[in-house]
Write a protein that binds this ligand. Structure first.
Ligand code: ZN
Length: 427
């Protein structure tokens, strides 16, 4: 894809994916438009070599694959895994309360956001709603899009210590103000808003998974538009690159897969997370449909390779003490291979070499990251996928600043680089 078109598409993808539910929907739409067929886990399947398929769990995780010309026992699978969720604040259903004339709603902290970045920001609400229909219970996407909520700070005069480091109380300081009104709230303001937006009656709303988010669109920043600033770059950036490389792959020999997991930010221990049987169920099923036995399955797994794609911390010129100077990747200098002696990342010398080789073939530079030895490391889906499935894995990602802030910053050149490497991998 030409660079301008690719950049515009990436910005649109980020802006239109306020939660994992919308991200999954966007991925689904792109897949359908590119000839991928939706399979239900509850149906019988008939897979055909060369055809393209995808499955969805919980409306928030998706695995898409192109059946190779050869069966997996011959070639193994080539897989890239990323995640659809980002840290945020989740609405506690039906907790609207009036305090004087202020209508406020409680939130739970989802994952590990930089909390102060969520205050004094004009916020909107998105996610999905469980609705009563003639067919039973249906899940409907919801995105209010407009600004509706604010979590105001206390004035500096009331909290003189704020700039010396202040810990927000998650229960008392984070409820969001939705309105000021002298009217009584009967059914809950959020349900009223949902009913109006989805054009349904309040009585038909059961429950919801709704999150606050910053509706400011993603945009390019910097003298040469070299930076990209957006919410949820972690890990929608890798999801977008994976998706685009996958849809462009043409009749691959091996079966190729893009895996987009929900719930990485809370440890992946859900039915649709990386620590579930979602991927393994699919691999066993494909093996079975091509008449493989357990030995064939073991052979196909032994021949497979997984790129675990999640963002990395870029060298930050104002926090140089946070980096190992020998392993501090820069923005727009190419994908980052993440390594850890204690396997917080799944990369081994062998899998790192494989990825380096892909970068050489794609004519893309690469960098390496090891966390500073006296700082605890983060982790990602790589180690658990590798251990759960016994698949050789490399952990990589693009360098960025302010991971888990409401606005994160990365590099647009890096996005093009990683997409080229993923395309090389899938070909
Ligand atoms: Zn991530």
């Amino acid at each position: 894809m030409e660079k301008k078109k690719f950049t515009d598409d990436f910005l649109r993808f980020l802006s239109n994916s306020p939660t994992a539910f919308q991200a999954t929907y966007q991925i689904k739409e792109t897949l359908v438009n590119n000839g991928f067929i939706l399979l239900k886990e509850t149906d019988k399947w008939n897979l055909i070599k060369g055809n393209k398929y995808f499955i969805i769990r919980n409306d928030s995780s998706i695995i898409a694959f192109v059946m190779g010309e050869k069966i997996p026992t011959e070639t193994g699978y080539k897989m890239i895994g990323a995640h659809t969720d980002s840290p945020s604040l989740k609405l506690k259903p039906d907790t609207e309360k009036k305090d004087k004339s202020y209508i406020k709603i409680g939130v739970e902290v989802y994952g590990g956001p930089i909390i102060h970045t969520w205050l004094d920001k004009e916020l909107s609400i998105a996610g999905r709603v469980a609705v009563k229909t003639k067919q039973g219970i249906e899940s409907k996407l919801f995105d209010y899009k407009k600004h509706i909520a604010i979590i105001p700070n206390a004035a500096i005069h009331m909290n003189r210590e704020l700039n010396k480091g202040f810990e927000y109380n998650k229960q008392t300081h984070l409820p969001a103000i939705l309105s000021i009104s002298d009217k009584e709230i009967k059914n809950g303001l959020v349900k009223e808003i949902i009913a109006e937006k989805l054009d349904i009656s309040i009585e038909d709303i059961y429950d919801y998974d709704l999150f606050l988010y910053d509706p400011t669109p993603a945009r390019l920043v910097g003298h040469n538009d070299e930076l990209i600033v957006s919410g949820r770059l972690d890990d929608l950036a890798m999801s977008h690159a994976t998706l685009n490389a996958l849809i462009e792959a043409d009749a691959p020999e091996s079966t190729i897969m893009g895996i987009f997991y929900d719930n990485e930010e809370i440890g992946s221990q859900t039915r649709q997370g990386a620590n579930s049987s979602f991927l393994k169920d699919l691999l066993l099923r494909i093996n079975c449909l091509f008449n493989g036995n357990m030995e064939d399955y073991a052979i196909s797994i032994g021949k497979s390779f997984l790129i675990s794609a999640d963002m990395a911390h870029a060298y930050h010129p104002s926090y140089v003490e946070k980096h190992d100077p020998a392993y501090a990747p820069e923005i727009n200098k190419g994908p980052v291979i993440k390594m850890s002696a204690n396997y917080k990342y799944a990369t081994t010398a062998e899998t790192s070499a494989y990825f380096e080789n892909l970068c050489h073939k794609a004519e893309v530079p690469f960098q390496k990251m090891i966390n500073k030895s006296d700082l605890p490391s983060g982790s990602t889906i790589g180690p658990m996928s590798s251990a759960r499935l016994s698949i050789k894995t490399v952990d990589i990602g693009n360098a960025m600043w302010a991971m888990h802030s409401i606005r994160e910053t990365g590099g647009i050149e890096d996005q093009v680089y990683i997409y080229k490497v993923f395309r090389e991998f899938f070909q």
